[in-house]
Structure formats: C-alpha cells, structure tokens
Write a protein that binds this ligand. Sequence first.
Ligand code: FE2
Length: 156
Amino acid sequence: MHRVSNGLSAAETKKSHEALREVLSNTFVLYVKTLNYHWHVIGPHFISYHELFKDQYEDLFEAIDLLAERVRALGHNTPSGCAQMLEYSSISESESNLSADDMIAQLVDDHFILVKIIRKNIVILEQVNDYASADMLIERLQEHEKMAWFLQSHLL
Ligand SMILES: [Fe+2]
C-alpha cells in the first residue's frame, strides 16, 4: 500500500506502535474480564454491580476500537486474538467464583495497573512527537481513574 509520511520516522512510529499495543492489550483483557464479571456477579447488589460492569465494559470496548484503529493508522497491525493480547498484557484474565466485592477490588487494581502503564506511555509518545496518540492516552488516563473511583465507591 502506498503510504505518505506523517512526519514521524520509522523508529518513532515503531515506539508509538509498541506504546499503543501495550495499552490496547491491557484494555482488551480488562474488557473481557469486566464483561465476565457482568455475567457472573451475584449477591444483594446484583443489579447495581451488573449495570456498573456493563457501563464499564462498553467504555472499554470503545477504547479498544479507537486504540486499534490508531495502530492501523500508523501502518502497524494489532495483536490478532486473545492469546496475543494476553502476551502483551500485564493484567491477567479473570478468576472464577469470586465474590462481588472481590471482583470490584480486582478491577480497581487492574485500572490502576493501566493508569501506570498509560502514564509511562504518554511520556514515550511525547518523546517521539506522536501527540495524537499521547492525547488519546491522556483521555484514557482520566477514564480509568474515574472507573476506579466508581468501583471503589461500591466498597465499604
Ligand atoms: Fe448483558
């Protein structure tokens, strides 16, 4: 495919790709985990938690799509499936038979893992002059901090 340069060198674009891939993969694993907890949560606060998890997996799904499309716009390929996403993710897959509060606590931990990964990668993206990707990640940073706050507010 004929490509017109966006002004970033191949080395800069490679760094951008690696930064976005790490955020994409962790977001993907957290999306599947949140969806799984939406399905399996039980207890006296079922509706509240079920709906909260739905709001959050929908946000995460939108983010996955935007991050993946940004990777493609830079001329790279995304991880092609769950196994590859897991390979690039620090967040692990969901456990089964967790209590509702343990699900919440685990998701809070995972959102803060992502917050740290995103913060690190914003610095990298700015160093390689990829401000469009850095801007996307700044928005994601705010969303993950907000989701962690919503989750934590359900714990006593
Ligand atoms: Fe549902």
